[in-house]
Design a protein around this ligand. Structure first.
Ligand code: GTP
Ligand code: MG
Length: 668
């Protein structure tokens, strides 16, 4: 998935540790694409580099830096796609990535990507970027939508006021990208960023502080002066370090100036910036006509309102998950791949091929009950791949339509009771695709408390696409068992969320999320996104599945496997399950979906009745995250927190399984 000689940091969670957000050693020019979330930075990056990083219609798609090579006047340069940020005074972890990059002077040219439909709201960040004194180009993106909305922007007029080039573009179809490329190449020579003018004493305070800063800064000290006045601790630390002995007097002056504002300085400066931005845009944006209430607006509101939104959600789940992923992916496609391809053709062929090996033990490594090829490869290719493939396709369509932010509004009230904000909907729904990726995306949440809560709930009660698809397929013919599974998993989610909210200290999160317009999913983007995700998933899954097969084979040959399954017998017995099911829990330790695929197999052999299916599905969904997810939990939350979560989840999952078993026993 990591294309050619470049590195992508976030496709679906493919992660590149220790990115170099600062200067680092570099031979090529670095061009940073920065801007608010969801304005099309990644779409533009893809155009400029010919690479693919994920593009989706909600804020917070990119959470890490991505690098790619592009050309300016025939010279190779490095483009950097950054996570969105509203301001240099960043709040969330992923926002700091872009800030660090530009503040450390890590960009030779900064391209500020803005949504042309919403210029006045975007320009305050342009003003902050002007303060850096670096070569800057303003990319007015989404010009197609602006035109459709009847907006006209005087790019030349804006360029004259800002002192930098302003280039209209449409990232998704490439219009204006070549002129933008030329403007970027010219920027180091032509860009003369204006010094923003702020009124009511703000501009003079920033200037006074800047004049006191005498040390060497990676960018114009004006930017540091403005940030430290707003109470930014990182900027304070840099000033303290760079100014050495003078640092203390500079910071004392900053405090004095900030106190002089009468109101919190961060607020005063933000207000003046907004005012300056509005002055800048004044007279440059014209509306030709009233676009009226578009159908998209109306539909968007219906999706977010409980009375219409809940039936719509159920419809989406029914059509997308049940019919498309469960019935078509996990049913029709799996049946064909397994039945026709593997059982009738590939497996008999492999058995013939390996029949020549005289040693049964070694033959079994490849083609036995736990054979690398007959089990590992079959699970990965014939069961998991079609399920995640159909799931990713369905999911990409939803992502590109802009449905998720509406879902966030819809469930915000419920999420509040779990100590989460509607913002956490994005990582939660991403969890249904892949919990590992979703755990990384919890970075977009504002407080540590919310990040911990979301990580826990992901590990406990959000089945990943493969697991979900298999479970849907297994439970498809048993509506009662399906109902029990939904109730038990949802109940655990709500119960643990509500309890954890009480146990974890800290204030509840507030919710503010921009709601992008509904858009028609672009088939090209949907397909390439599905393809890259499947490729990524498959490359991650196949080696693990093969390894699991080898371990199971070795375990079986040495008798250890039997011992462990035997040891699990009391637990499995307490769940009311036959001893053979011990093996699916063992599978589940390797990967969520491996366990689910094991359940799929057992079910086909008719070994479980509906009540047992429900118990097994509930326990398997709740218990242990897969290895990759656990490693991501360690990375994002620390080893102590991750182990603590595991220590809670494992007994809890089996406990819930036992309760479900008891309840179903009484009902029988
Ligand atoms: N109509 C139209 N849509 C666009 C344009 N550029 C991007 N989009 C859409 O805008 C949405 C966001 O695009 P991304 O490239 O993911 O935006 P981003 O700025 O990288 O977003 P974050 O990573 O969340 O900060 C997607 O649905 C794109 O298809 C454009 O020029 N015109
Ligand atoms: Mg992006």
């Amino acid at each position: 998935m990591r294309g050619r000689n470049e590195v992508s940091d976030s496709q679906l969670g493919c992660h590149r540790a220790g990115g170099d957000p600062g200067g680092g050693s570099r031979s090529r020019q670095q061009i940073a694409l920065v801007g608010s979330p969801n304005v099309g930075k990644s779409a533009l990056f893809n155009r400029l580099t010919g690479r693919y990083v994920t593009v989706s219609n909600y804020p917070g798609t990119s959470v890490e830096l991505s690098r790619g090579t592009g050309h300016l006047h025939g010279n190779a340069v490095e483009f950097l796609d950054t996570p969105g940020m509203y301001s240099l005074l960043s709040t969330t972890e992923e926002e700091r990535v872009a800030r660090r990059l530009v503040m450390n002077g890590g960009a030779d040219v900064i391209v500020h990507v803005v949504d042309a439909k919403d210029l006045a709201r975007m320009l305050p960040l342009t003003l902050q970027l002007l303060e850096l004194g670096r070569p800057l180009v303003l990319a007015l993106n989404m010009m197609d939508e602006a035109e459709r909305a009847g907006l006209q922007v005087d790019a030349a007029g804006l360029a004259a006021r800002l002192g930098v080039e302003v280039m209209p573009v449409v990232a998704v179809d490439g219009r204006g990208v070549e002129p933008l490329r030329r403007a970027i190449a010219r920027a180091p020579f032509t860009s003369a960023p204006a010094r923003p003018l702020y009124g009511n004493g703000v501009g003079s305070a920033i200037a006074a502080l800047r004049d006191r800063l005498a040390g060497e800064y990676p960018v114009d000290p004006l930017a540091y002066a403005a940030l430290v006045l707003q109470g930014d601790l990182d900027a304070e630390a840099v000033i303290g370090r760079v100014e050495r002995d003078e640092g203390r007097t500079a910071l004392a002056l900053a405090q004095e100036l900030a106190a002089g504002f009468g109101a919190p300085a961060a607020y005063r400066i933000a207000v003046e910036r907004q005012r300056a931005a509005e002055d800048l845009a004044a007279g440059l944006v014209r509306t030709n006509r009233d676009p009226g209430r578009a159908w998209g607006d109306r539909l968007g509101r219906w999706l977010a309102r409980p009375i219409t939104g809940i039936p719509a959600l159920l419809l989406v789940l029914y059509v997308g998950l049940y019919l498309f992923v469960g019935r078509f992916g996990a049913g029709t496609v799996v049946d064909w791949l397994e039945g026709t391809l593997f059982n009738q053709r590939i497996n008999p062929f492999l058995e013939r091929l390996f029949a020549g090996i005289p040693w049964e033990t070694w033959r079994a490594l490849f083609v036995g009950e736990y054979g690398l090829l007959t089990l590992g490869l079959r699970y990965a290719v014939a069961i998991i791949l079609p399920i995640v493939g159909t799931f990713f396709l369905f999911f990409s369509v939803l992502e590109d339509s802009g449905y998720f932010p509406r879902l966030a509004l819809l469930v915000d009230r419920v999420f509040k009771r779990l100590g989460l904000s509607g913002r956490a909907v994005i990582p939660m729904v991403l969890g249904f695709a892949c919990d590992t990726m979703a755990t990384m995306v919890t970075r977009t949440l504002e407080t540590r408390r919310e990040r911990v809560l979301a990580t826990l709930l992901l590990a406990l009660a959000i089945p990943c696409s493969a697991q979900l698809g298999v479970i849907l397929a297994v439970l498809a013919g048993h509506p009662l068992a399906f109902g029990v599974w939904v109730l038990a998993v949802l109940g655990s989610f709500l119960l643990v969320g509500a309890l954890a909210r009480r146990v974890l200290p800290g204030p509840d999160a507030s919710f503010h999320m921009e709601i992008p317009p509904l858009r028609w999913p672009r088939p090209g983007n949907v397909l390439i996104k599905t393809y890259t995700r499947m490729q990524w998933y498959f490359l991650e899954v196949l080696p693990l599945f093969l390894l699991a097969s080898v371990l199971l084979w070795a375990g079986e040959r040495t008798g250890i496997f039997g011992l462990v399954v035997g040891a699990l017998e009391p637990v499995v017995g307490a769940l009311g399950l036959p001893p053979d099911t011990g093996q699916i829990f063992l599978f589940g330790f390797f990967r969520r979906d491996y366990g689910a695929a094991g359940l799929f197999d057992l079910n086909r052999q008719g070994l479980l009745d509906p009540a047992q299916l429900a118990v097994a599905a509930v326990t398997l969904t709740l218990f242990v995250p897969c290895i990759a997810q656990f490693l991501m939990m360690v990375k994002e939350r620390g080893v102590g927190t991750a182990l603590g979560m595991l220590a809670f989840i494992t007994p809890f999952a089996f406990g819930v399984g036992m309760v479900v078993n008891l309840l179903l026993g009484w009902l029988r």
